[in-house]
Ligand binder design. Structure first.
Ligand code: RCB
Length: 447
């Protein structure tokens, strides 16, 4: 009882003054309109005032600032502005009210793939995938200029149709990438200037984004990286990469926040960090990274199930999940979100369902490579039925391979030769036609 009273007292202190970076005003806001010492309540837009670092405010009148990220200025001049820490965050779900830009790269892959199918029914279903938004993986520095092309395209679509455009990217080029596996090892190595190369990669991304301040960008940050730091520090390559991964992810969070990119750090999946032994250390690490990134409101939360196969809500637990109460992504998120919130990270989630249409197809939960019999899953939607989840998304572009089954390849990972892995499989990221056709034919809901 005493503890409860003490908690109530604590809560009333917290709600009396908003925390640094907390909300302190805006249409519909019913909470505190003053900020803790050292912060000033600042109007960012009609819907969101925020406690930003600065002279303490004793008044409840928010200070108005003009943002260098102003839509009017940018669209009338067409010029780019320098990165700024005053980019305007919109309150709420960044997906609401936006049309997701369709990746021309994926559309081209789909067009080629459909062209190779003779059965007319399957061909039509395959072709329809080009209209379902996926993320663009910036998995090499050479792909960064493509982002500029897409942003320019999205900008012009937005201007001609009046529909606000959202471009989805995956930032995926850490040095010593995929440290616990081999199939997706990347172009940079820590021993060979990797951190500086990564910072340069990030600077190039930011330079593209700041040219198009009217286009919204949502980014998934570095799949597998932080999850590997939770569970795989016994792997030498991961232990060696820990400091560099943290420095690079921090740099990404700060730089992308400075140009107003809404970010979701990759958080593995229920069958990785959802295990009881893993979830608390995971929450601690994600909160640390959020804070290292300046607790920016643009660090919106976490992405789960990227390139994996778990259900959002399983009809019944897959037998391979036995022993884990978090047997699907909903259970994982519902367990993780309050842990993060209580440590100061008000995380929201996006969940990859691109290849989750068929369940109970794996031998082990840790199997991740080209799982046989997978089908495309629930289409991207903000109608998620879970207030922690901003959107169901398709992060992994279905049809792109997870890893080669050729044991003589330098990036061969034996996971890709397991009995539940589809074979023969080409190199990670390249097109896997037979796999794609199965995803189409087994899609659930059907195409
Ligand atoms: C990555 O692989 C696997 O999770 C847990 O231990 C247990 N119990 C690839 O590396 C992921 O499923 C492990 O801690 C703890 O109480 C990437 O290349 C697997 O998905 C946990 O670490 C308790 O009974 C690829 O892109 C992940 C392990 C109990 C990515 O997957 C792998 O970890 C889990 O077991 C039982 C795509 O998702 C990395 O090591 C497996 O169930 C187990």
């Amino acid at each position: 009882m005493f503890k409860y009273a003490a908690l109530l007292a604590f809560v009333s202190v917290v709600t009396a003054q908003s925390q640094l970076y907390g909300q302190c005003g805006g249409i519909g806001w019913t909470g505190s309109t003053t900020c803790v010492a050292g912060a000033t309540c600042t109007v960012l837009n009609d819907y969101y005032s925020q406690c930003l670092p600065g002279a303490a405010s004793s008044s409840s009148t928010p200070t108005t600032v003009s943002s260098s990220h102003s839509t009017t200025t940018a669209s009338s001049t067409g010029t780019s502005s320098a990165p700024t820490s005053t980019a305007t965050p919109a309150a709420g779900n960044p997906f609401e009210g936006y049309t997701i830009y369709l990746s021309p790269y994926y559309a081209n892959e789909i067009a080629l793939a459909a062209g190779n199918i003779t059965d007319s029914t399957l061909k039509a279903k395959a072709a329809s995938i080009a209209n379902i938004p996926t993320f663009t993986w910036l998995d090499t520095v050479a792909k960064v200029p493509d982002l500029g092309t897409y942003l320019a395209d999205a900008d012009s679509i937005q201007k001609s149709t009046g529909q606000k455009q959202l471009v989805q990217i995956v930032v995926y080029d850490l040095p010593d990438r995929d440290c616990a596996a081999k199939a997706s090892n990347g172009e940079f190595s820590i021993a060979d200037n990797g951190q500086a190369n990564y910072f340069n990669y990030m600077d190039q991304i930011v330079a593209q984004i700041q040219k198009y301040p009217d286009v919204r960008v949502v980014a998934v940050i570095e799949p597998d990286s932080l999850a590997n730091l939770v569970t795989n520090l016994n792997v030498q390559k991961c232990a060696n990469a820990e400091t560099t991964y943290k420095a690079c992810v921090t740099y990404a969070l700060k730089q992308l926040s400075s140009v107003g990119v809404y970010q979701y750090m990759d958080a593995g999946h229920a069958g990785w960090l959802g295990w009881p032994a893993n979830i608390s250390p995971a929450a601690t690490l994600f909160t640390q990274m959020y804070q290292a990134g300046g607790s920016s409101p643009f660090i919106r939360g976490l992405a789960t199930n990227v390139a994996n196969y778990n259900a959002l809500t399983a009809a019944s637990p897959d037998p391979i999940t036995q022993g884990n109460p978090n047997y699907d992504e909903s259970h994982y998120i519902n367990a993780l979100a309050p842990m993060l919130a209580s440590s100061g990270f008000p995380a929201q989630f996006i969940v990859d369902q691109g290849r989750s249409g068929v369940q109970n197809i794996r031998q082990q939960w840790g199997d991740w490579c080209n799982i046989k019999g997978a089908g495309f899953g629930t289409r991207p939607t903000t109608n998620t039925g879970n207030s922690y989840i901003d959107s169901i998304v398709w992060v992994k572009p279905g049809g792109e391979c997870d890893g080669t089954s050729n044991s003589s390849s330098p990036r061969y990972d034996s996971t890709c030769s397991l009995s539940d892995a589809d074979q023969p499989a080409p190199e990670a990221g390249t097109w896997f036609q037979e796999y794609f056709q199965t995803l189409v034919s087994k899609a659930s809901p059907s195409l």
